[in-house]
Design a protein around this ligand. Sequence first.
Ligand code: CP
Ligand code: NVA
Length: 305
Amino acid sequence: MRHVLSLHELTSEEIREVLDISTAYKSKLESGDRPALLSGHTVGLLFEKPSLRTRVSFETLTTQLGGNSLFLGQDVGWGSREPLCDFMPILTSYLDLLVVRAKSHAKVEEAVAYSRCPVINGLTDISHPCQAFADLLTVKEIAGDSFLSSHITYVGDANNVTYSLALICSKLGIRMSIAAPEGYQFESSFIDQLNEQNGNSLIKQTANIAEAVDGANFVYTDVWTSMGQEAESKQRLKDLADYQVNDNVMNQAADGAKFLHCLPARRGEEVASEVIDSDRSAIIQQANNRLHAQKGLVIWLLGKA
Ligand code: CP
Ligand code: NVA
């Protein structure tokens, strides 16, 4: 049985398949075709952090595919009410698919060992693969057939979103630059490992924004303080202050460069309103693509294509 906890687990070909299914089912939906591929199926959403996009897009895509979704918050007692060896096999024996959003990636890995149905990571502290699929679907739509030649630059805190974006770019052979100050970069061994594993040197990391953004077709950022890091917020604001995506940064990117953000955003911190609220911003298309990208992932993972 396959799970999608990290994009490490998928081959380049599988990632391309998911993106193709997403595109095909997005067109079907736009033409009013809603095939009931999940008729009689139940998708559970086990979440221990807040969510708008991930929760609503998974619930909606399940409905569009003729299935039923169950939102499972803190009251089901994951990790508190009974041992995992009881909780997880019982929960997953009812379900056809489980989406998990958790504070700790290790906690998800531990739970998955007891799972009786496929599990999709709906965000952990280190990984957000669903976001990366939607990001690449958006890049594909905007850049068209030559999207693999795009240059994507991420500016800010190298976090869970950056991690999955770097993995998907590396696997698809897309150039990605990360601009982050020291202390907010990935271990250099992670970047080396990506480039070695995928036989390319497309993923780069630097503290120099101008160098990273030069010629970029997409400039991406995320909050400086992720969920769970609130106690560090003051320090993070100080340390990352020079890494705001504003007009000056966008003007150093390629002509026609688009702005991306996984959302939620904090205007005036990681991004200025002059960018996120301008016509260079593709955030609504990107957020809407969460639904289409995850639909492709669900159809692929459950073998319904
Ligand atoms: N981008 C994202 O995952 O949004 P939510 O936290 O609202 O699900
Ligand atoms: N890095 C952010 C992403 C939210 C979708 C967080 O983990 O809070």
